[in-house]
Design a protein around this ligand. Structure first.
Ligand code: GSH
Length: 213
């Protein structure tokens, strides 16, 4: 399988880290959404990464769809999202919130990167930031409740941990979280811990704003 996209994207990174955790080997195509937009669009008309090109050439798009496919490949014992029940609901719910933090950061960055300075709409940026921070505060409550428990749900790593790790790194590097040391302590501590896991250390690229046009 070939994974298309750069690891500074939280969506590409969560797929790559999941593949590493699930022992699913892949070739990496380090294509940029700026420079390589035309060949990305040949695989995904949305022009977005990640794309996972299967061994028969079929391109899978959307990280959530790709992650679901990878879990199917790995089987229910190893899947990063539990197969059913409350655990599944909890993992999917937290994964959606964490992915939402990345989405809100990405939209703020799009304002900055894709629009000329005079055309940026400050009220929109502030609204997106408020939504992102409100979601961080919701995740903070969950992290505080989990205390020293190693993982967000249950007793092994799930997609909630993977996506939270990737989303927080991206939000921190692109738009920043509140600088005060006291802000979001449980979330920050959990993010710091996840970021030290070998897969997270190995699959990492600092954010570099794409150039378009
Ligand atoms: N919902 C998508 C989001 C993917 C996404 O927005 N990727 C960004 C890179 S971080 C991208 O490809 N942007 C290019 C564009 O939208 O033109 C997913 O989860 O795969």
């Amino acid at each position: 399988m070939k994974l298309v996209g750069m690891f500074d994207s939280p969506y590409v990174r969560r797929v790559a880290i999941s593949m590493r955790l699930l022992d699913l080997p892949f070739e990496h195509a380090n294509w940029s959404i700026g420079r390589d937009q035309a060949r990305i669009a040949e695989l995904n008309p949305l022009g977005q990464v990640p794309v996972l090109v299967l061994d028969d050439g079929e391109p899978l798009v959307e990280s959530a769809v790709i992650l679901d496919y990878l879990d199917q490949l790995a089987g229910p014992e190893r899947a990063l999202v539990p197969a059913s029940g409350e655990m599944r609901r909890r993992v999917l719910g937290l994964t959606a919130l964490a992915a939402g933090v990345a989405d809100k950061a990405r939209l703020q960055i799009s304002e900055r990167v894709f629009r000329p300075p005079g055309m940026q709409h400050e009220p929109l940026r502030m609204r997106l930031r408020a939504q992102m921070l409100a979601t961080c505060h919701r995740l903070e409550t969950v992290c505080a409740e989990r205390g020293d428990a190693e993982w967000l749900v249950g007793d092994r790593i799930t997609q909630a941990d993977v996506t939270l790790g990737c989303a927080l790194t991206y939000a921190t590097e692109t738009v920043g979280l509140p600088a005060e040391e006291a802000a979001l302590p449980a979330l920050r501590a959990r993010h710091a811990r996840i970021s030290q896991l070998p897969a997270f250390r190995e699959i990492y690229l600092p954010f570099d704003a794409p150039v378009i046009g």
